[in-house]
Design a binder for this molecule. Structure first.
Ligand SMILES: Nc1ncnc2c1ncn2[C@@H]1O[C@H](COP(=O)(O)OP(=O)(O)O)[C@@H](O)[C@H]1O
Ligand SMILES: [Mg+2]
Length: 259
């Protein structure tokens, strides 16, 4: 079992798209996948077909509900389970006491179910706060999607700083961050500038997979389904290649054991 946090401080940087499509591509490879939605806007939950509120991550974090009673099969994606978010998640900091290691809540809650899955994908919030810290403390590895915009690059820099500060005491084994070029268009000036900066600062951490900008993603998002599993598309192929690279990454951190 491996917990991968998909994080970038910048909203709109393809976190949710990456989470949902990577989940679909891993499920195609017959991996057991749980998606945990950490964004109060609950986009991933909606995308996975969850339409009700309640029985969600907030209740699990604050101890009102056992995690088993909140995880459910994703109505819209066969083979994937989901622990949904709700708007109330935005109040997390107000609802937990500061005395009881609140940065470690998610890690603690996932401990009882983690062995049921090959992958737990955490769809990160658009902020560096108690929730994103919970994701980084719970995770085995961090993946930062990077769209070719300077603000997204700054989001990567902020996440890297957050990771560096979490690692020494709260999660010494945290891998990464690795960088996924997303919604990528090679030929634009912005992409070249962002890539040059990223290579300079994060060179070896850049994944070889690239998810190209593809209208198929937007069409699929509008229809509320992943591109993986839909009609053949460039982005669908890219997410499958990503799933394969993520499996390699996981295996390399676990002494070559790939399952
Ligand atoms: N490869 C892609 N090609 C085209 N559009 C994309 C691609 N990846 C993401 N998008 C679009 O970019 C927007 C932001 O993506 P989203 O995953 O919601 O970001 P975040 O979760 O980081 O806020 C969405 O409208 C999504 O459909
Ligand atoms: Mg999102």
């Amino acid at each position: 079992m491996w917990i991968l946090a998909i994080v970038n401080e910048k909203g709109g940087s393809a976190k949710t798209t990456t989470t949902v499509n990577l989940a679909a591509a891993l499920a195609e490879r017959e991996r057991r996948v749980l998606v945990v939605d950490l964004d109060a806007q609950a986009n991933a939950s909606l995308w996975l077909g969850v339409t009700d509120e309640g029985q969600d991550l907030l209740e699990v974090l604050v101890g009102q509900r056992a995690i088993d009673q909140a995880i459910r099969p994703a109505p819209a994606l066969v083979g994937v389970e989901v622990l949904p978010a709700s708007r109330r998640l935005g109040n997390l900091a107000a609802q937990v006491g500061w005395g009881e290691f609140p940065q470690g809540l998610l890690r603690e809650r996932l401990a009882t179910v983690r062995e049921r899955y090959d992958y737990v994908l955490l769809d990160g919030p658009r902020s560096v706060d108690l929730l994103s810290t919970n994701a980084l403390v719970a995770a085995d590895a961090a993946l930062v999607p990077l769209i070719p915009e300077t603000l997204a690059y700054l989001g990567l820099v902020a996440m890297d700083a957050a990771i560096q500060s979490v690692r020494p005491i709260l999660n010494p084994n945290l891998e990464g961050p690795r960088v996924l070029r997303s919604r990528w268009e090679d030929r634009t000036l912005d992409a070249r500038a962002v890539l040059a900066q990223t290579q300079e600062q994060f060179g070896p951490a850049i994944l070889r997979s690239v998810v190209r900008a593809d209208m198929a993603v937007r069409h699929a998002a509008r229809a509320g389904r992943p591109v993986v599993g839909g009609p053949r598309s460039r982005a669908g192929d890219d997410f499958r290649a990503l799933a394969s690279e993520v499996e390699e990454w996981k295996a390399s951190t676990q002494g070559g054991i790939s399952a």
